[in-house]
Design a protein around this ligand. Sequence first.
Ligand SMILES: CC(C)(COP(=O)(O)OP(=O)(O)OC[C@H]1O[C@@H](n2cnc3c(N)ncnc32)[C@H](O)[C@@H]1OP(=O)(O)O)[C@@H](O)C(=O)NCCC(=O)NCCS
Length: 139
Amino acid sequence: MIREAQFNDINDINNLGECLNNNFSNTYNLDNYINDNKYILLIHEDKSIDAFLLIFKNIDNYEIEALAVKKEKRRQGIAHELLNYFYSTYLKKNDIILLEVASNNNDAINLYQSLGFTIVNIRKKYYKDIDALIMKKVI
Ligand SMILES: CC(C)(COP(=O)(O)OP(=O)(O)OC[C@H]1O[C@@H](n2cnc3c(N)ncnc32)[C@H](O)[C@@H]1OP(=O)(O)O)[C@@H](O)C(=O)NCCC(=O)NCCS
C-alpha cells in the first residue's frame, strides 16, 4: 500500500534512510518535511515500511531529495511504483522533476534512466572524489 508519511513513521524512515547517509536523521530533519508542504510517500506491508520517497517542491520544479527501498525488497519494481504513483497523483503535464545522484550509484542511475530521466549536468567531485549527476524529467 502507498500512503503519505505521518509523524509516527519518522523513526522507521530514519532507520531505512541510513542506507543513503549514516547521518540521515540530522541531514533531512523530517519533522520539517512533514510540516512544510513537502512530500513523503511510503510503501508498506502491514506495519513495516519497505520504501520511502522524499520530494521537495520548489517554485518551478520538484526535487527528489531521497529514495530508498529495503535491501531485501529491491528489484521488485517498488521504486518504479512509488515514483509512478507520485507523478500520477501530484503532478501535471510539463511539470519538471530534478534529482542529484552519485555517478557511481548504478542501481539508481539505471532506475532513473528507465523512468525517462536524463543527465543534464555534472557536479565534479561533489561527494569528495565522486561526481554528482543532475537528472531531469519533464512529465
Ligand atoms: C535505487 C533503488 C531506490 C532502486 O529501487 P528498486 O525498488 O530496487 O527499483 P525497481 O525494482 O523499481 O527498479 C530497479 C530495476 O529492477 C528491475 N525490476 C523491476 N522489477 C523486477 C523484478 N521483479 N525482477 C527483476 N528486476 C526487476 C527494474 O526494471 C529496474 O531495472 P532497470 O533500472 O534496469 O529498469 C534501490 O536500489 C535503493 O534503495 N538503493 C539504495 C538507496 C539509493 O541509492 N537511493 C537512490 C539515491 S539517488
